[in-house]
Design a protein around this ligand. Structure first.
Ligand SMILES: Nc1ncnc2c1ncn2[C@@H]1O[C@H](COP(=O)(O)OP(=O)(O)O)[C@@H](O)[C@H]1O
Ligand SMILES: [Mg+2]
Length: 366
């Protein structure tokens, strides 16, 4: 199969990546490329006693976005996110980070990149039990060889960012799960990474704490604007957090798109099943509800709403402005307008039938 072209504008590009576990995974890639139909090849691997954990995975992560990979347990999420920093070696494929081929990088350069450019957070927190909070956060800075005073200043800054000031001298066992994960987050941010990888960071936490941590995470992201790959098995968490998301099943990515695209146009029954009970007011935004045609002269741009405004926040505004609202882009320019009719139309657009298979990779930027 011909590899898709790498997108050089993305901070991270992943093309046709395979990871096969088992006794002899190399046998499938001896001729350079996995041949024939990818699904059939994966089925053959399974029959032969191999586990194709990632099957022909392609996606881009854009600068400053939160890209969520969502899928059930065992669908290959941890494998792919570990391939992104080469904690796991892919069996086949191409990964570029900031335009540089990650897979042909020397071990020394790779260590350099992991230490300075990539931050990771794990579900199990991964803290060092014999170190207190500040020493845990300083740990990666020590590996970088930063002077002690600078380690402390940086660590203190991120400890405050995650709301743990006052707990610097506590050891991990003295902290709740949520607090321990705040330490994990602070530690990964201390290196000021360009790419932030989070593998189910909130899955071990109670639902209420999880919700709080999601809010905190979004607050931190509004401040830092990192490029993020966030893994979760929780569809609602994905919808809350994602700018764009990918759904994984049995090692494959079955759909990539914005939360609204996935809910309104699920590519198959599998994706549709996740979104079946999701209220559209929670996923649609102003830009999904635009009215056709150009803005009536009677609508004033001073009552404009940003295109990313969630529908649930729009409804009270629309009630106060029954003639409609102007919708603006991040640069403040008008992109269109919406009114009650266009909102109702958007709400009734949800397909009764699953979409066409060719929409599967609709969100993939080539
Ligand atoms: N080191 C390994 N050796 C063999 N099989 C593995 C290994 N790691 C993961 N797997 C298998 O690969 C598949 C994907 O696992 P994983 O990436 O951990 O999924 P997820 O993170 O979505 O739960 C599963 O079938 C799992 O059992
Ligand atoms: Mg996992």
């Amino acid at each position: 199969m011909k590899a898709s072209t790498i997108n050089t504008h993305a901070i991270l590009s992943c093309r046709n990546v395979w990871k096969v576990y088992g006794p002899e995974p190399e046998q499938y890639f001896v001729h350079g490329e996995p041949s024939g139909d990818q699904a059939e090849l994966a089925a053959r691997m399974r029959r032969d006693g191999h586990i194709p954990a990632c099957v022909d995975v392609s996606f881009d992560v854009h600068k400053g976005e939160i890209f969520v990979i969502m899928g059930l347990s065992g669908s290959g999420k941890s494998t792919i996110v570990r391939c992104l920093s080469r904690l796991i070696e892919p069996s086949y494929g191409q990964i570029t980070f900031e335009g540089v081929d990650l897979l042909s990088m020397s071990p020394a350069r790779l260590i350099e990149i992991r230490r300075h450019k990539i931050g990771m957070v794990f579900q199990s927190f991964g803290l060092l039990p014999h170190l207190n909070v500040i020493d845990n956060v300083c740990f990666p800075l020590k590996l970088q060889g930063l002077p002690l005073a600078e380690q402390r200043t940086r660590a203190q800054r991120v400890i405050e960012l995650v709301g743990l000031e006052g707990r610097e001298d506590n050891f991990p066992h003295q902290l709740s799960g949520g607090q321990q994960q705040r330490v994990g987050i602070a530690r990964s941010l201390a290196v000021e990474p360009d790419l932030w990888l989070l593998d189910e960071p909130f899955s071990a936490l109670d639902p209420l704490i999880r919700r709080q941590m999601q809010d905190e995470f979004l607050r931190i992201q509004r401040l830092l604007k990192k490029s993020i790959v966030f893994i979760t098995h929780d569809f609602l968490e994905a919808l809350r957090i994602a700018d764009r998301m990918a759904i994984m099943r049995d090692g494959r990515i079955v759909q990539v798109g914005t939360p609204a695209e996935l809910v309104v146009n699920p590519v198959d029954d599998y994706v549709a099943e996740f979104s079946r009970d999701v209220p559209l007011v929670r996923v649609l935004t102003a830009k999904d509800c635009l009215a056709p045609g150009s803005k009536p002269a009677s609508l004033s741009s001073k009552d404009g709403v940003p295109m990313a405004t969630p529908l649930e926040d729009l409804l009270p505004k629309l009630a106060a402005h029954p003639r409609g609202l102007v919708v603006t882009r991040p640069d403040g320019q008008t992109t269109g307008y919406l009114n009650s009719l266009s909102v109702v139309a958007a709400l009734s657009r949800k397909a009764d039938q699953p979409g066409e298979p060719d929409k599967a990779q609709a969100g993939l930027q080539r």
